[in-house]
Design a protein around this ligand. Structure first.
Ligand code: PLP
Length: 335
């Protein structure tokens, strides 16, 4: 027992604590604004009809077994994941530059991506490894990166005065950071602010990233879930890939497939043109893709409609003083 006496108790997770308190609360009109999970009009988790259908198909599949998969996961799953985020005609895919690994959802992808960089990125010799995250960011980034020996510092992102993006400061920070710095960026529906750069701003961010030879660690946990359109939400990632920025993508299917507990995710590593990927390395939903897109739209449209309704209630109905436009300008489930 002595061996483990010095192990500190992990601090309780604030969001999970809130979830348990919520479950115990008997107030009939209670609303849980803690954990980021989609709820339907009855405040219930929503099983996507397409997921139900796929599950039924799987159960009837006589060839389904529970054998080991290859070390990097189910190839049909990881390559479909790569096509989904990069687009089917992505030059990186066509040139075979993408290395993909199945991971334990987006969290596992973040961990593996951070570990990969910690071990193999060309860090400056003899200096503490540092990566940069937005201020604020998904809180788990801190434990994940620090756990693999990378110190995390923040770059300016959210401007409380405008309830929007601190774009000039963000850009200036990117320019001033040491060359070849690692930047963690949320692909869309930034957690926890709901504030995303516009396409024009993303283009300028890409300019500086290329100029300064920075490395982009894309965390993509909400593809399709933000706007209702998978391609639209992957725009920034695809733009960076097209322009040859070195990057990796952490992909989660928790939100866009409503598979929170199954832990379905992937890590995709994409070196720039000319550097061929050394191989760094879920089961079939084929034929159901179009149905899945409809379900994603259902969720995104409900979120957008809820934002509009809240905005309407605050402004027209309650005539609440102040400007509430950020509620409709922000994207996704947050803020
Ligand atoms: N990254 C971001 C920005 C997130 O918001 C989340 C989930 O909330 C994740 C990663 C990881 O999600 P999961 O591990 O459930 O796929």
């Amino acid at each position: 027992a002595e061996t483990w006496e010095s192990v500190p108790l992990a601090p309780p997770d604030a969001i999970y604590k809130l979830t348990y308190a919520y479950k115990d609360d008997t107030y009939p009109q209670k609303v849980n604004l803690g954990v980021g999970a989609y709820r339907d009009d009855n405040n219930k988790p929503w099983i996507l009809p397409v997921v139900k259908k796929a599950t039924e198909r799987l159960l009837q599949d006589p060839n389904l077994d529970h054998e080991y998969l290859p070390i990097t996961g189910l190839p049909e799953f990881t390559s479909a994941g790569a096509r989904l985020v990069l687009g089917p005609d992505s030059p990186a895919l066509l040139e075979g530059r993408v290395s993909s690994v199945q991971t334990i959802s987006g969290t596992g992808a973040n961990h593996l991506g951070a570990l990969f960089l910690s071990r193999f990125y060309q860090w400056e010799e003899g200096v503490q490894k540092v990566a940069y995250v937005s201020d604020p960011t998904w809180v788990n980034h801190f434990q994940i990166f620090r756990g693999v020996g990378i110190e995390l510092k923040t770059y300016p992102y959210y401007d409380p005065a405008t309830i929007g993006l601190a774009f000039e400061k963000y850009l200036a920070f990117l320019k001033a950071a040491p060359r070849r710095s690692v930047f963690v960026m949320h692909a869309c529906a930034h957690n926890p602010t709901g504030v995303d750069p516009t396409r024009e701003q993303w283009t300028q961010i890409a300019d500086v990233v290329l100029e300064r030879a920075h490395y982009v660690f894309f965390d993509c946990a909400y593809q399709g879930f933000a706007s209702g359109d998978l391609d639209n939400d992957a725009w920034a990632v695809r733009e960076f890939v097209k322009r040859g920025a070195p990057l990796l993508i952490c992909q989660s299917f928790a939100k866009n497939a409503g598979l929170y507990g199954e832990r379905v995710g992937a890590l995709h590593i994409i070196p720039p043109d000319g550097e061929r990927a050394q191989s760094a390395g879920a089961r079939s939903a084929s034929g159901l893709f179009e149905e899945w897109k409809v379900d994603i739209k259902t969720m995104a449209e409900r979120i957008i409609a809820m934002r509009k309704e809240l905005h309407r209630l605050l402004t027209e109905e309650l005539k609440t003083p102040g400007n509430w436009d950020h509620i409709v300008n922000q994207i996704g489930m947050f803020r």
